[in-house]
Design a protein around this ligand. Sequence first.
Ligand code: SF4
Ligand code: ZN
Length: 357
Amino acid sequence: MQTSLPGKDAELFTRLPNGRIKCTACARLCEIPEGKIGLCGIRGVVNDKLRLFVYGRVIAGQIDPIEKKPVTHYRPGTDIFSISTTGCNWLCQYCQNYDISQRRKVEGTETTPEQVVENAAYYGAQGIAYTYNEPSIFIEFARDCGIEAHKRGIFNIFVSNGYDTPESVNMMRQFLDCITVDFKGSGKQEFVRRYIGIPSADPIFQTLKEIRDKTKIHVEITDLIVPQVGDDLEAARKLCRFVHDELGPDTPIHFLRFHPDYKMMQFDNTPVETLEKHYEVAKQEGLTYAYLGNVPGHPLEDTYCPECKSVVIGRYGFSIDTWNLDANNCCKNCGHQIPIIGKLHKVRKKNHFQFIH
Ligand code: SF4
Ligand SMILES: [Zn+2]
């Protein structure tokens, strides 16, 4: 019986002449026969319809600072209600959330979009992030949460691998305010094939162009730098050049330090000098706002005024401890405008998130 099925009918698909249904939520474009599921494990064909089994099933929810996404040029200092479902369209061997993302089961607390937004409001969050697994795979649920969120003045962020389609970008237009697109190993083909299980990063570049041309979504770029196998400087240069030429020199880019996890325990943390070299590449390619991430206390966590070089936003990890911008987000020292959407919501002191025993 249709009514006893978990989830809800999906909207992003096309029917194929051979009777299969092609899911168009992500660039895998799975062609799914009756009774089978797609690679993500949470969309499948039942009774000749594509079903999103995890619609209304939230497996994780917590309050995070927006800086943790990482997002630094959109609504700084805000609190975000982060949610996810099970499943993922990537098979990253280093995934820190593998217990959620690689679970091919329909699990999680039954939660309506209204309840998601109610929780966000109850905990004082200004935004909702769809994160921990790839949100495009549950985009119909995210869209319904996002539309509800907008009614309450709450914004929406995707933390996405960008392995999307024109159809999913089109749906993002209905509700999404901000996206941080996470490259890994700078999208180098050898890396993404071996450690992620995708043939190439090309769809991510297409997604970014699509978002640029068809939406007003604020975009930030992340690049996870994995030592030895995903730290190629020429690949980083190619990515930086794309970001500069196609998205603009003011697009923030974050180089993240890798920590060993899941099936990649044999690798060490990324050396800080490696991250600094990536930062230099970004600067050489003309990107104005490059950052290092997962290195609390490093000076390249801060935002520098490109004009007078002073620190306009000082950070420690996910905390903002210095704010030298005026009411128009101009440098207090020289008046240069810094492209940041929104005013500082609140200063977070370094120990704000420590548990009290
Ligand atoms: S969202 Fe899932 S079912 Fe759809 S194309 Fe991607 S991996 Fe396949
Ligand atoms: Zn300045």
